[in-house]
Design a protein around this ligand. Structure first.
Ligand code: XLS
Ligand code: NI
Ligand code: NI
Length: 436
């Protein structure tokens, strides 16, 4: 039954190891800024890509060898897959995982049958969580694959679809609670529009706000205390998604009174699709006290869609960790690898190489970011750059002691504003390179 019997548990062997099945940088118990790497990073494996992707794409058939699959959509096959998943995560030393309801259990012919299937899989998930100590980072409901959601779920033009979505999220929240999930995610898969001619945008957004408030009310009813997370993405599958980027999501949450229960789950490839860097999205969310968790992956500049590749770029992971450390860490969130192996990487062992690479890249980013912070030169530069706000007129403005009249008088008297300092961008880029 074991699917990976020839693969040992992955261990930290240090940067000089030439073993491809070892960590060079991820050393779970190593302390950084007073916290273990394991607790900083809270790595999570996604069920959908890692255990459900088969290598098919819009142009071609499945390619991936997954010998544990029996080729059916049975509950039994799904239960067996859970055991394989936990064997994998245990060998990888991944402390968390995340799922959509439809990744873990087959959808039935009715809502009742789907619920029943979910319960049968949750039984095995619960057993395996107990056996291994691996925890659920978050659960979510897939409200984008089934044709009933073609016009959206909470934003569908059809009220019955909204009702179906409510029933589905209710159940997904119950399963998440049962499995001790620390968060619950909403990614608005089709919550957007393809064309404004046929769309009542205001009505759709009001419905989404109402739906999320119902989720909060139900969480209170059943005692789910985890954080709700919205995952911004600007497009794909729809042309425009209402949760398009961090700023749009936060505006939405404020408008519908959801700020105290929701944070954001920021995904790298979604940030770049929105025309932002990941660091920007993290810093923006952090600045608004909305940084909840991250979906760690990367896109490809030459391919303009959500390619969900494993992150290996040290600059990217360093920038992520600089922003995350700056805002006090991920709390109950984690570094969730919403990433998939390429369809040409067909062997089960490729799943190990992919995750090891992502974990090492983030561990390295964490160490580099911590070293940059410890050295302090960058922060010192930023502090000095804003020092006019620390005393005199700047400090008075920040503490609310001025208005347009007093500032106008001040400047008429002074004559000119002279920000005679260099931004030193090139020097700072060189400074970062010293630590990479
Ligand atoms: C798709 C999203 C999705 C969410 C969970 O682009 O990243 O996988 O993370 O629904
Ligand atoms: Ni994601
Ligand atoms: Ni994505």
């Amino acid at each position: 039954m074991a699917a990976f019997s020839d693969i040992p548990q992955i261990q930290f062997e240090g940067p000089d190891s030439d073993n491809p099945l070892a960590f060079r940088y991820y050393n779970p118990d190593e302390m950084i800024e007073g916290k273990s790497m394991k607790d900083h990073l809270r790595f999570s494996v996604v069920y959908w890509h890692t255990f459900r992707a088969n290598g098919s794409d819009p142009f071609g058939a499945p390619t991936l060898n997954r010998p544990w699959e029996d080729g059916t959509d049975s509950v039994e096959n799904a239960q067996n897959r859970v055991r394989v998943a936990f064997e994998f995560m245990e060998k990888l030393q991944a402390p968390f995982y995340a799922f959509h309801d439809r990744d873990i259990a087959p959808e039935g012919d009715s809502m009742a049958e789907s619920h029943d299937n979910l319960d049968k899989i949750a039984d095995v998930l619960e057993e395996e969580q107990k056996r291994t100590g691996i925890k659920l980072l978050w659960g979510t409901a897939n409200m984008f694959s089934n044709p009933r959601f073609m016009h959206g779920a909470a934003t569908s033009c059809n009220a019955d679809v909204f009702a179906f979505a409510a029933g589905q999220v209710k159940k997904a929240m119950e399963v998440t609670l049962r499995l001790g999930g620390e968060n619950y995610v909403f990614w608005g898969g089709r919550e957007g529009y393809m064309n404004l001619y046929n769309t009542d945008m205001k009505r759709e957004m009001d419905h989404l706000g109402q739906f999320l408030n119902m989720a909060v009310a139900y969480a209170d009813e059943i005692g789910f205390k985890g954080t709700f997370l919205i995952e911004p993405k600007p497009k794909e599958p729809t042309k425009h998604q209402y949760d398009s980027d961090a700023a749009a999501c936060i505006n939405f949450l404020r408008a519908y009174g959801l700020m105290d229960r929701f944070k954001l789950n920021i995904e790298t490839n979604h940030a770049t699709l929105a025309g932002h860097t990941m660091m920007h999205e993290l810093d923006y969310a952090g600045a608004q006290d909305c940084l909840g968790s991250i979906d760690a992956n990367t896109g490809d500049l030459l391919l303009g869609w959500d390619t969900d590749q494993f992150p290996t770029d040290i600059y990217l992971t360093t920038q992520c960790m600089m922003a995350i450390l700056k805002h006090g860490g991920l709390g109950d969130g984690g570094v969730n690898f919403d990433a998939k192996v390429r369809r040409e990487s067909i062997d089960p062992i490729d799943l190990f190489h992919a995750h090891i690479g992502g974990m090492d890249a983030f561990a390295r980013g964490l160490k580099i970011a911590a070293a940059i912070r410890a050295e302090g030169g960058l922060q010192q530069f930023v502090d000095e750059r804003y020092s006019s706000w620390d005393t005199g007129i700047g400090a008075q403005i920040e503490s609310g002691k001025h208005d347009f009249n007093s500032l106008s008088t001040y400047m008429l008297d002074k004559g000119e504003a002279d920000p005679n300092t260099s931004g030193r961008q090139e020097m700072l880029e060189n400074h970062i390179n010293r630590f990479i």
